[in-house]
Design a protein around this ligand. Structure first.
Ligand code: NAG
Ligand code: NAG
Ligand code: NAG
Length: 934
């Protein structure tokens, strides 16, 4: 245990502030001056303006810097306190306080009352006597952290589920619009609030979108429901200017937030080039600068009593917020990715003399730390994703090692969601990944708590667990940096947010900071190769490779296609001998005598890690795109026969993904390095009929390389959805036609559907809604009754599938589903969220009804994290699913469902643990009979 100390207390003494007494003296001075003036200058005619005192006060207030009022630290009740909330004592917690750069952990209690943290440490009975109605929560040693703070969110403005009546994130009226306010689009009914709170998120900075260079003002909110039920009631310390331009000059101003965006997004929406968007910034700032200079000149005169012809205080409602940026009273949150754009903004800050609070997304910031430090005033923080990248050119050089490299350069690191781009419910997962890839644990936790709180100017009340701070607190079921860490309770303003939290029992090992692998070489390569280090695997030169100190071995059973743990040892003394292109022996040392006495072998120490089957991915565009946002780097979408007229030359043809495969994409190579050695990909389609999927090797250099295409055709893929603009009944009718029409000899489409009807080719239907799934199950029966054969039907997506788990199980239908559900669309609304909101997860529910389940990964850049998804599914099942079972969900089950004939028999060797502790170091490629180092 350490003593809480060392964190600099907010310094108020140095800040200038007009005290009422000073103001009274000033008034007196102004009054006596004018009296003298009137008495002695009888030849002059002008008089003082009637509001001169107010003008003088306003002029003086221009120099006040934002922050809490002097008496803030003596508050005994939060301005957000909800009457009737009982005090709470969290007993026996392991408290990560966020103090001293995140290095202070206290074993003790937290007393909460009036929306505030009243005491941290040991709370004894004598103190409790004055809280007779205190509610006690026994944390039994659980980890407790400050509420998670999201510096970059569109929660409530980018609505979930997405509806055309709520697209309020971006204005399309112009490039520079500092007068707009995200608050005006803040929907209080969004489905995501409850979900994000269940992940520990308590505060979010809600930003306008990035379609404009200056998109408008952002607002910091607390996520909990309020008794007033209004958007405004959710605000944390709203700026006084919210009610209009008149601002009480005696109040120290509160921090404001402003969104800026450079690069692709605003350029794409408006003008097409960076030169134009950069000019729009300069033009906007020049307008604000002129107003500010007029105000300053005006005030010099007003304060000197030179009222002659002075007129009104110069101001402009549209520009007042940008003028406030120039006065250093606004936290500029700047979406900016590449060196070229960061450079432009750094120049802009020095030209107009304002500072940027944080560069957001900033996928290249880690390559230019010295440039970031040249920004005016102070270096901006860098707010980034952990591994979500390569979705557009600006994100192509993004690195999972950026948080660590930025921290090494002394820059503030923030992990953010850009919700709903990433579901902010899992913002802690971003911190966990940053930690896995090398960021120090104190900084990783700070990156989603105290650092964003400071960067948004709210660190006088949120982001740390200190007496007097807002009672925003998360009680976790494991160490918050452990994979799958889930809140057991979340407090916002001292109010418990989870009515009936469900918890799971986490292993003791999850109660400690996860041990993380050594990535030092990868980190230096990321810099050396400017974000594009070579990713191709290296082939072992030795004929014999011996894996030693193996903790567990999982192998596929060829007959059942299941995965069995064939070896496990607490002593971690297993071995696997790979000799002349095949596995010569595996298991305990006794079972493989001589394994350690080869003279020509290469020995690899797995440090208790595991050997397990190569993973198989499905659900993304892996193998069809390098950069999804760049048309010229992707295979592109197919024609959809239900929505467009298909060109005659291909009418009736089913498109094969195999024909469009692109090899050596960075996402595929990264997937390989992290154990995903084959993938099944369907053609890209936004409509009804996608075509035929293919199975390919993620490590192959080109299509003609040995084993590159594992199976040319896997399954036939269609999609049924409420969001096509064509009725679901029409879509089902089309599918019925295709299934019932014999269509012999009538081209490929009919032939492929006859294979489906004959039970030879799996039919994969991308579908989310329980209602459409039900119609599909009816259709399946109907077709089978006519044709007498059973269809191999698989549901992909199936976010609402758990509602029909029994029926899906009875129909013998398989499901490919995401490990973490999210209601992006209405048809996903009835998702099963899992812990802590529901006892069971969708995956465990389906498995409970004998449904064959595979895990689907939709984001191409996240295929590399498939191993984590599997381990997470195991953790959240609370013992219902074992390691072998979840491994099947990311390998053999995917193959079985998608009709993969020759099962992937690669093996992956993981050093250390399987999830965050571990690192894939080698892959035994069965086809090539070699060991690859990755
Ligand atoms: C705190 O909880 C731990 C774990 O349950 C327990 O071992 C310990 O005795 C508890 N301490 C107190 C003071 O209750
Ligand atoms: C705005 O005005 C309302 C009503 O007078 C008041 O309750 C609120 O505190 C004001 N908000 C700010 C930020 O000044
Ligand atoms: C699942 O399958 C097992 C073994 O065949 C059977 O005993 C069990 O009743 C089935 N469960 C359900 C919910 O159908």
């Amino acid at each position: 245990m350490e003593k809480a100390s060392g964190y600099p207390a907010p310094n108020l003494k140095s800040k200038k502030r007009v005290k009422p007494i000073q103001f009274a003296l000033l008034l007196l001075a102004v009054f006596s001056y004018s009296l003298t003036y009137l008495l002695w200058s009888d030849t002059r005619t002008e008089t003082l303006p009637i509001n001169s005192a107010a003008i003088v006060a306003q002029c003086r207030a221009l120099h006040l810097t934002p922050g809490p009022p002097d008496n803030f630290y003596s508050r005994t009740e939060s301005d957000r306190f909800q009457k009737g909330t009982k005090p709470t004592l969290i007993r026996n917690a392991t408290i990560w306080t966020g103090q001293a750069n995140g290095n202070v952990v206290i074993q003790g209690d937290i007393l909460i009352d009036k929306g505030l943290i009243k005491k941290v440490g040991s709370v004894d009975e004598s103190v409790l006597r004055s809280y007779p109605d205190v509610v006690v929560l026994d944390a039994a040693g659980s980890w407790v952290s400050p509420g998670v703070v999201d510096l970059h969110s569109h929660l409530g403005v980018g609505s979930s589920p997405g509806l055309s009546g709520a697209r309020d994130g971006n204005s399309h009226e112009g490039l520079v619009q500092p007068w707009l306010r995200s608050l005006d689009g803040l929907n209080t009914h969004d489905d995501a609030y409850r979900l994000s709170i269940s992940g520990g998120v308590t505060v979010a900075n809600v930003l306008p979108g990035s379609a404009n260079t200056i998109g408008g003002q952002a607002f910091v909110i607390k996520l909990r429901p309020t008794t007033e039920r209004s958007s405004s009631a959710m605000l944390l310390e709203p700026p006084f200017s919210l009610n209009g331009t008149y601002v009480d000059p005696f109040q120290r101003p509160r921090w404001r937030q402003m969104k800026h965006a450079c690069g692709e997004n605003p350029s794409r929406v408006y003008s097409g080039t960076r030169m134009d968007t950069q000019w729009s910034f300069r033009e906007g700032y020049n307008t604000a600068r002129k107003i500010k200079e007029k105000q300053d000149a005006y005030c010099v005169k007003a304060l000197a009593g030179e009222w002659k012809d002075l007129g009104d205080f110069p101001e402009d409602l549209q520009w007042e917020a940008l003028v406030d940026v120039l006065r250093g009273r606004v936290k500029v949150q700047n979406h900016c990715y590449e060196a070229v754009d960061l450079d432009g903004i750094v120049r802009l800050t020095n030209e107009f003399k304002f500072s940027v609070a944080a560069f957001h997304h900033a996928h290249e910031a880690y390559l230019v730390p010295d440039l970031i430090k040249k920004a005016y005033g102070h270096p901006p923080a860098v707010a980034i994703f952990a591994t979500h990248g390569r979705y557009k050119r600006e994100a192509y050089r993004g690195s999972e090692f950026a948080p660590r490299i930025l921290a090494d350069n002394g820059l503030d690191v923030v992990m953010k969601s850009d919700h709903p781009v990433l579901d902010s419910r899992h913002l802690i997962y971003e911190a966990q990944q940053a930690h896995y890839f090398g960021l120090a644990p104190n900084l990783a936790l700070a990156a989603v708590t105290s650092t964003p709180a400071r960067i948004m100017g709210q660190d006088h009340r949120i982001g740390r667990i200190i007496e007097g701070f807002d009672a925003d607190i998360v009680v976790w079921d494991s160490h918050p940096l452990a994979l799958g860490a889930t809140p057991k309770q979340v407090f916002i303003d001292g109010i418990a947010q989870l009515e009936k939290p469900y918890t799971s029992h986490k292993p003791e090992s999850a109660q400690h900071i996860p041990h993380t692998p050594d990535f030092e070489k990868e980190i230096s390569d990321a810099i050396k190769y400017e974000g594009l280090p070579p990713l191709e695997p290296e082939t072992a030169k030795s004929d014999v490779v011996v894996f030693r100190n193996v903790g567990s071995i999982f192998l596929k059973n060829k007959a059942t296609r299941g995965i069995n743990q064939v070896f496990t040892s607490a002593l971690k003394d297993g071995v696997l001998v790979f000799e002349d292109g095949r596995i010569a022996c595996s298991g305990s040392l006794e079972a493989c005598p001589g394994a350690l006495s080869y003279s020509n072998a290469l020995y690899l120490d797995l440090e208790g890690g595991s050997i397990s089957p190569g993973l198989v991915s499905y659900g993304s565009s892996l193998g069809l795109t390098h950069i999804s946002g760049e048309v010229s780097t992707s295979d592109g979408p197919v024609f959809d026969p239900l929505s467009v007229k298909v060109p005659e030359i291909i009418d009736g043809t089913v498109i094969k993904a195999a024909d469009g495969l692109l090899f050596a994409t960075r996402d595929a190579l990264l997937a390989y390095r992290h154990g995903v050695t084959t993938a099944v990909t369907a053609p890209t389609s936004g409509g009804f009929l996608a075509g035929l999927s293919t199975v390919f090797s993620t490590a192959a250099a080109h299509k003609l390389a040995d084993g590159a295409v594992v199976q040319e055709v896997a399954a036939l893929h269609v999609r049924l959805s409420l969001s096509f603009g064509i009725s679901v009944s029409t879509q089902i009718a089309a599918l019925r036609e295709l299934l019932l029409d014999e269509g012999e000899g009538q081209g490929h489409l009919a032939r492929r559907f006859s294979e489906v009807v004959a039970g030879k080719l799996p039919l994969v239907v991308n579908v989310e809604s329980a209602d459409i799934i039900a119609s599909l199950l009816v259709l399946k029966k109907e077709v089978e009754a006519v044709k007498g054969k059973s269809i191999r039907l698989v549901l992909a997506g199936a976010t609402e599938g758990h509602l029909l788990a029994k029926e899906i199980g009875e129909a013998g239908v398989g499901v490919l589903i995401q490990q973490r559900p999210y209601p992006s669309r209405w048809e996903q609304k009835r998702l099963l969220p899992g812990l802590p909101l529901t006892q069971s997860s969708a995956i465990a529910t389906l498995v409970g009804h004998n449904v064959t389940v595979g895990i689907l990964v939709g984001d191409t850049s996240q295929v590399r994290n498939t191993r984590f998804d599997a381990a997470w599914a195991e953790l959240e099942s609370n013992g219902a699913l074992g390691r072998s079972q979840v491994l099947e969900m990311v390998s053999s089950n995917v193959e079985t469902l998608l009709g993969v004939v020759e099962s992937n028999s690669d093996l992956i060797a993981t050093r250390g643990g399987f999830d965050f502790g571990g690192k894939v170091i080698a892959i035994i490629s069965s086809r090539q009979g070699t060991v690859h180092f990755v």
